[in-house]
Design a binder for this molecule. Structure first.
Ligand code: ADP
Ligand code: MG
Length: 218
C-alpha cells in the first residue's frame, strides 16, 4: 500500500476555541490508483492533504507513505519527502516568476536530484508546452500555468501526486483539459493521485471517491 492513514485526527486552536477538523480518518491508496476527495468548504479537505504531504501533522493516528510512518519524521525528513516521494499541485499555480517555463519545469526535479532532460521534454510535449519554454509565468494563461505546475511536479517522478483543487481557478473547459492531462499522465507514470475537488462532475471521473463530512470519510 502506497498510502495508508489510520484513525487520523486533527484539531486547530482558534480565537473561538479549539475546532476538531478530522475525527478518525482512515484511507488507503495503492500505486497507480486515483481518488477524488470531496466535501463542503471547511470540511477539512486541505487539512487532510497537508497531513499526507507532510506540510502539517496529525494530532493522533498514523500516516504511512511508501512504507514509512511520517508521524515520526523530523523536519529534514519531511522536507525530503516533499522533494522526492510526494508531488503537490495547488489551486494557485505557485510558479517562480523569475524563471522561464523550461526552468520552472526542471526546478523540483533538480532539487530532488532527478532532473532528466528527455523526461522533461516529453512532459512539455504531452502538456502542450513545447512552444512556450522560453516564456515567463506572467506571459501564460491560467490553464497554461497550471500545466507547467503539473509538469514541474511530475518531472520529479513523485510516487503520489496530491492536488488541492487544481482546476479551481480555471474555466470549465480548461479545467477539464487539465484534468484529462493529469489523469493520463498519472496512469502512464503509475503514480497515485489524490485530488481535492468540490465538483461531483469531476469526482465522477476518478477510480475512487472519498467524501469528507463531520470530520470523517464516507
Ligand atoms: P477545506 O479545504 O475542506 O475547505 P480546510 O482543511 O482548509 O477545509 O479547513 C478545515 C477547517 O479548519 C476550517 O474550519 C478552517 O477554518 C480550519 N483551519 C484550517 N487551517 C487552520 C489553521 N491553520 N488554524 C486554524 N484553523 C484552521
Ligand atoms: Mg481547501
Amino acid at each position: 500500500m502506497l498510502l495508508a492513514l489510520k484513525d487520523v485526527s486533527k484539531s486547530y486552536t482558534t480565537s473561538e476555541g479549539p475546532i476538531q477538523v478530522l475525527r478518525g480518518v482512515s484511507l488507503s491508496l495503492d500505486a497507480g490508483e486515483n481518488a477524488a476527495l470531496t466535501g463542503e468548504s471547511g470540511s477539512g479537505k486541505s487539512t487532510l492533504l497537508h497531513i499526507v504531504g507532510g506540510l502539517d501533522t496529525a494530532d493522533s493516528g498514523t500516516v504511512h507513505l511508501d512504507g514509512r510512518d511520517i508521524a515520526g519524521m523530523d523536519d529534514q525528513q519531511l522536507a525530503e519527502l516533499r522533494r522526492g516521494t510526494v508531488g503537490l499541485v495547488f489551486q494557485q499555480f505557485n510558479l517562480i516568476p523569475s524563471l522561464d517555463v523550461a526552468a520552472n519545469l526542471a526546478f523540483q526535479a533538480r532539487l530532488a536530484g532527478r532532473h532528466d532532460e528527455r523526461w522533461a521534454a516529453m512532459l512539455a510535449e504531452r502538456l502542450g508546452l513545447s512552444q512556450l519554454l522560453k516564456r515567463y509565468p506572467e506571459q501564460l494563461s491560467g490553464g497554461q500555468q497550471q500545466r507547467v505546475a503539473i509538469g514541474r511536479t511530475l518531472a520529479a517522478r513523485p510516487k503520489i501526486i496530491l492536488a488541492d483543487e487544481p482546476t479551481g481557478n480555471l474555466d470549465e473547459a480548461t479545467g477539464d483539459a487539465v484534468l484529462d492531462l493529469m489523469l493520463g499522465l498519472q496512469a502512464e507514470t503509475g503514480a497515485a493521485l489524490l485530488m481535492v475537488t468540490h465538483s461531483a462532475r469531476l469526482a465522477a471521473r476518478f477510480g475512487r471517491r472519498f467524501h469528507l463530512t463531520g470530520g470523517k470519510l464516507a
